[in-house]
Structure formats: C-alpha cells, structure tokens
Design a protein around this ligand. Structure first.
Ligand code: DX5
Ligand code: ZN
Length: 217
C-alpha cells in the first residue's frame, strides 16, 4: 500500500500541534519542506521548527531539502529528528558535488537517503544512483511552493524510473511531490510511486483524515 506524507508547509503555522497530531494518527510520514530562498524562490523554515515538530511527531519525519549545498546541513537535520532526508540532484550538479557522497553522508547520520529532481531534469539522470539511494523524490511541480497544479508528464517519469528498477532488479521507494490528490493518487501508485506527498489536498480538505484515507485506498 502506498504511504501518505502530508506536507506541513500547508499546515496552520499559527498552531501546528493539532495538525501534527492529526498526521500522527492518520498518515505514514510527515513531510517537512525546507527552502532557502536561493535554491528555490521561497523561504519556509529551518532547524528550530523541525526540532519543535519532532517533539510531537511520532511517525518518521521526511525532510525535503530545497537548499543549496545541502551537505552542509544534513547532519543537523538528522540531529533534530529527520528520519528521511532528500536533497536535489541539481544542488549537487551546481557545485560539482558527487551525489553519492551526499547519499553516504545521509546514511552515516542514520537517516534514509533520497535523491530529488525537479520536473525539467531528465529522469534518466537518476538511473546511476538506483543502487545507492533509499528512495527517489520525483517533483510533480517545480519546487518552491505548495498548491500548484500537478504536471501530468510526471506519471510517465515514474513509469520510466520503475521500468529501469525492474530491468536491473533493484527496487527503491519512489516519492512523488506536488499537486497530489485523490484525483491522481491511484494512477501514481499504479505507475510505481510508493510514497505520496500531499500538502493542500490534505490540509485544505474539510476532513483531512478522510483525504489521507482516500489517497491511500
Ligand atoms: C513544493 C514542496 C511540496 C509542497 C506540496 O516545493 O516540495 O512538498 O508542500 O504541496 P501541494 O501538495 O499543495 O502541491
Ligand atoms: Zn516537498
């Protein structure tokens, strides 16, 4: 069954605790979007909030780093409670950094390592890292903001990645992030996605627990 990771970026920042408890009770992971205003044109939050959330969160915390030089901050995010940490391939390419080194760093901190790409990065660029990662994160909107429209071509990108995993006989989790809702959750799971991130479709729903259940089923 597909795992659901509500993105707290769409939560009520004035009072996150009820949202976090709802996620504990109904979802599989808590997705935490960290943005630095440089890698993406938006700033979200950092260590103090992640640390505070970790005190309430009882399910794995899935930290998505949309920042430049992610390797500089991975250890600290692991220390404040991240159980899964994903970073962007583009952030490595910009600095000539080998993603394998960063994956190894995440793992050495005791977290699961995820490699993310935006919609304009060819999915084949992930293929060399299938052996190395714990999971991939396929952005189905351009990283930076919640509430954007799902990019339909993402379904084919997931299928291509899944086909390559099948070809070489190594299975890894595939997380999809952006514009995910019950309107596309089934087709994403059928394409090979195993983790669905959902911000607005959960937190803007009249019944968030039901929204999570509907996406999972
Ligand atoms: C976008 C973030 C997403 C975002 C998803 O840059 O990575 O995790 O919170 O929000 P929705 O589900 O509203 O597209
Ligand atoms: Zn995200």
């Amino acid at each position: 069954m597909v795992k659901i990771a509500p993105s707290i970026l769409s939560g009520n920042f004035l009072n996150l605790e009820p949202d976090l408890r709802m996620v504990n009770d109904n979802a599989d992971l808590l997705h935490v979007d960290v943005m630095d205003g440089t890698f993406v044109p938006n700033i979200s939050f950092g260590f103090p909030l992640a640390e505070a959330m970790a005190k309430v969160v009882t399910i794995p915390m899935d930290v998505h780093l949309m920042i430049v030089n992610p390797w500089k901050y991975i250890e600290r995010f692991a220390k404040v409670g991240a159980n899964l940490i994903s970073f962007h391939l583009e952030a490595c390419e910009d600095e000539g950094k080998d993603p394998r080194e960063v994956i190894a760093l995440v793992k050495s901190c005791g977290a699961k390592a995820g490699l993310a790409i935006d919609p304009d990065v060819p999915v084949e660029k992930l293929f060399p890292y299938i052996e190395d990662v714990d999971f991939f994160l396929i952005m189905s909107v351009f990283a930076g903001f919640g509430g954007q429209k799902f990019i339909e071509e993402s379904v084919d990108r997931i299928k291509q990645l899944k086909a390559e995993m099948d070809r070489i006989g190594i299975q890894r989790d595939i997380e999809v992030d952006g514009g995910v809702s019950k309107a596309n959750s089934k087709i994403l799971a059928e394409a090979g996605a195993t983790m669905l991130v959902a911000g607005s479709s959960v937190f803007k729903a009249a019944d968030p627990a039901l929204a999570i259940k509907e996406m999972r089923d």
